[in-house]
Each structure stands twice: as structure tokens, then as C-alpha cells.
Ligand binder design. Structure first.
Ligand SMILES: [Zn+2]
Length: 457
């Protein structure tokens, strides 16, 4: 591919370049409901969308109504029997699927319930990520955003951690049709295990995940889990602990990103912006402000590489909406006033009705020494790579059409299904985590796991 000197030019950083942004949204995606005590609330995507509209951000980007992903598209990663099962199981017929529910980790004894419209929900969030990848592949935009995507825990034949279909893996596979190398960055508080596992044995995808590690779901993401076979060294894990501050997060993120961009030179980036790493999250334990979280978006954007920006976790939903609206403005290089504009969900932002969050007064359990050790270990890992792999690209396979959406008409849309979930007033409290004990160990240090790659080469 490129020599390192020419690559330095193409990957040069800039702080104020205007990039063309495309935004993908399907108005029904916010109407699905996991269940009364389940912390995952798709409604947060609709809340973020309304903030984006009322801040006027839709005027500065191309807004698209995404297509629902087809079983055929999903089968690029997932097994056929798993996709068929998701397409058939409903809350009314699930008694007939006992064995399969166990096999695919779905149902009431798991954190992945069968709810009304489950399959349609997966089609919507997945289609939007695929549309974003196609738009980037065509060179029609520089940044594509899908806040409904980023479900990083789903496996080839198994649901996991509120995730059923892995839209990220599918979008990366789409990007690999055009780009020799794709970088995946995951700033969710949980390890990006499903994506790492899918590309564990290939050097065409580098995964970089920063996460809480030790006695925490999903239990993977040890610093020594660096990939296997061709992919050795291409899985990058920053295991962290509770109380991460903006300053501490930046001290890992920026130098590691600099080194990754230098040695890996990706043609495209997928950035998973899970908002459960924010301060005050219902399930998370980091202490990041919106600005600290969004600094990762800003910094990634400064490399001027085509980027797919996705959502992910985030369980204090008023803060998830704040975060993703603010990060949309960062993608657009627009300053937002701190006063939340009046919108359909205005009361959620009480009592201050401000955009930005103040971190809590609590100790950062990550010590200077532990942070320095993570930083040095990851830079050492990256420096040992023998440069970026080159790939002979075949003819680009065909993709599909994308339907453009009129965002203003969208704003006027009123749904009859609205508010059937009634969430938002009770977010807070770790007892709300319905996830299994996976990743919890007696000594509280987590486990280092060997994992099989689902996709090689
Ligand atoms: Zn998460």
C-alpha cells in the first residue's frame, strides 16, 4: 500500500476541517421496548434525535431514512439458523423454542429478552450501520452517523449483553470491500468483545477497546489478549477500573491512537460511542463528562479518515441523548448552547435543563502507575507490529440503494406508539443491571479468556 512518508501526509491531523456528515435514522427504532425492568431503552435514540432536530443540527448534514437489513445481509456474519430463529420467535410462541432459546442465549433467564418486534428492531439498527458504511465506501460523505447501532456484544450464533445482531461486524465487513484496513475504536464502558472476537485472527481489522476490566461484564479484554494467527498484535485492549476521569482517559486514548494511526494506517474507522462510560450511568462506573467522552470523537475526526460513528451502551437515558446530540455537533464542528432547546422530551432534562454534565466528586481508582503501565504496554505492542498489511483488492461487490429522508418532515411526524415505555424517571442504581454473572470472578480481577475467531483473514 502506501509508504510511511506519503501516509504521513494523508493522515495529517487538522483541528478545524469541515467534513461532510451523513446521518442515518429510522423513526420506528425508538419504539421498541425490552421490558419494564430492563435498562436498555431504545427510546433514548428518539430522545437524541429530537435534541439533534431542535438544536438545528439536521440542517448541516444529509439525513437519511435507513433501510431494514435483510437476512441475507445479516448472514455475512451470523449463522443462518440463528437469524431464522430471531425472525420467528415472539413473546407469544417462545414456549415452543426452549432448546433454541438456551442455545442462542435469548429469553427470560438471560439479559437478552424476546420482546415484541425484536427482529424488526435488529433489522433497523443494522440497516442504518450498513447504509452508513456504503455511503462512506462510495465517498459520498466523510462521517456517517447511526446512533441506533453499536451493539458490540452480539456473537455469530448468540445474543449477548442486550445485543442480538452485531451491526458493527457487518458494517466493518462492508467497509472491507473497499478498504484494505479498518480500525475499530470502542469507548463503551464494556469490552467490545463481539467485534474483537470476529476479527481476532486477521490483520485487516485492528480493534481498540477501552473498558472497565475485572468483575465486570463481559469479563474479556485483558491487556495480553492481543490477537491470534495473522491478527497477532492487532487487538488492542486498555483494561481500566472505576472512576476514570477525562484527563486520565485522554492520557491513554491520544498516545495509543497516534501510534495506531502511524503503524496501521486504516482506510476507514468505526467508532463505537457507548455512553455508559459517562459519569452517572446506571450501569457504568467511569466518571467522564460529555466533553471528555466527545474528545475521542474530536480526536478521531482530526485524522481525516472516513469514519462510521455509532452508538452503543448508555443507561441513564437523558445523558445518552445529551451525549449523542453533542457528539453530532462535534462531527459537524458546530458549537451548541448549553441550554437544552425545548423539545418533546424537555422534562427529562430537569432540573437544570443544561447540555453538559459535571463529573461526580469521587476517587479515580486508576492510579498514575496503572495508567502509565497500560499506556506503555500498548505502545510497546504497537511498535512491535511489522507495519500495516497490504491487501490485493478484488472488484467491489454491489451494494444497495439508500433512501434520503426529509428531516423537517420527520420532525413533524407524530407516532401513535410513542411513550409506551414510560422510562426515564427511574434511571440510577446498579441493582438495575439484569446481566448475568459472566465476567465476575471470586477475586474480582476478571478472567483472561482464550477466544475463537469467528472470521479469519
Ligand atoms: Zn456498555
Amino acid at each position: 500500500m502506501t509508504t510511511s512518508s506519503s501516509a504521513t501526509t494523508t493522515l495529517s491531523k487538522s483541528s478545524s476541517s469541515k467534513q461532510r456528515v451523513s446521518y442515518f435514522y429510522q423513526p420506528d427504532v425508538g419504539h421498541f421496548y425490552y421490558g419494564p425492568s430492563h435498562p436498555m431503552k431504545p427510546h433514548r435514540i428518539k430522545m437524541a434525535h429530537h435534541l439533534i432536530l431542535t438544536y438545528g443540527l439536521y440542517r448541516q448534514m444529509e439525513c437519511y431514512r435507513s433501510h431494514p437489513a435483510t437476512p441475507d445481509e445479516m448472514s455475512a456474519f451470523h449463522s443462518e439458523d440463528y437469524i431464522q430463529f430471531l425472525g420467528k420467535v415472539t413473546p407469544d410462541n417462545l414456549r415452543g423454542y426452549g432448546n433454541q432459546m438456551q442455545k442462542f442465549n435469548v429469553g427470560e433467564y438471560t439479559d437478552c429478552p424476546v420482546f415484541d418486534g425484536l427482529y424488526e428492531f435488529t433489522q433497523l439498527y443494522t440497516g442504518a450501520s450498513l447504509d452508513g458504511a456504503v455511503k462512506l465506501n462510495r465517498g459520498d460523505c466523510d462521517i456517517a452517523i447511526n446512533w441506533s447501532g453499536g451493539l458490540h456484544h452480539a456473537k455469530k450464533s448468540e445474543a449477548s449483553g442486550f445485543c442480538y445482531i452485531n451491526d458493527i461486524v457487518l458494517a466493518i465487513l462492508e467497509l472491507l470491500k473497499v478498504h484494505a484496513r479498518v480500525l475499530y475504536i470502542d469507548i463503551d464502558v464494556h469490552h467490545g468483545d463481539g467485534v474483537e472476537e470476529a476479527f481476532y485472527c486477521t490483520d485487516r481489522v485492528m480493534t481498540f477497546s477501552l473498558h472497565k476490566y475485572g468483575d465486570f461484564f463481559p469479563g474479556t479484554g485483558h491487556i495480553k489478549d492481543t490477537g491470534a494467527k495473522e491478527g497477532t498484535g492487532f487487538s488492542v485492549n486498555a483494561p481500566l477500573t472505576s472512576g476514570m476521569t477525562d484527563e486520565a482517559y485522554k492520557r491513554i486514548f491520544k498516545p495509543v491512537m497516534d501510534k495506531i494511526m502511524e503503524v496501521f494506517q486504516p482506510g476507514a474507522i468505526v467508532l463505537q460511542c457507548g455512553a455508559d462510560s459517562l459519569t452517572g450511568d446506571r450501569l457504568g462506573c467511569f466518571n467522564l463528562s460529555l466533553k471528555g467522552h466527545a474528545e475521542c470523537v474530536r480526536y478521531t475526526k482530526s485524522f481525516n479518515v472516513p469514519t462510521l460513528v455509532l452508538g452503543g451502551g448508555g443507561y441513564t437515558i437523558r445523558n445518552v441523548a445529551r451525549c449523542w446530540a453533542y457528539e453530532t455537533s462535534v462531527c459537524l464542528d458546530v458549537d451548541l448552547p448549553n441550554e437544552i432547546p425545548y423539545n418533546d422530551y424537555f422534562e427529562y432534562y430537569a432540573p437544570d435543563f443544561q447540555l453538559h454534565l459535571t463529573p461526580e466528586q469521587r476517587e479515580n481508582m486508576n492510579t498514575e502507575a496503572s495508567l502509565e503501565s497500560v499506556r506503555v504496554d500498548l505502545l510497546t505492542q504497537l511498535m512491535s507490529l511489522k507495519g500495516a498489511p497490504s491487501v490485493q483488492m478484488a472488484e467491489v461487490p454491489p451494494d444497495f440503494e439508500i433512501i434520503k429522508e426529509d428531516a423537517v418532515a420527520e420532525k413533524e411526524r407524530r407516532s401513535t406508539k410513542e411513550d409506551r415505555s414510560g422510562e426515564g424517571m427511574n434511571d440510577g442504581g446498579a441493582e438495575d443491571d439484569t446481566r448475568s454473572d459472566r465476567g465476575k470472578t471470586k477475586d474480582g480481577r476478571g478472567e483472561k479468556r482464550e477466544h475463537e475467531a469467528e472470521l479469519a483473514g
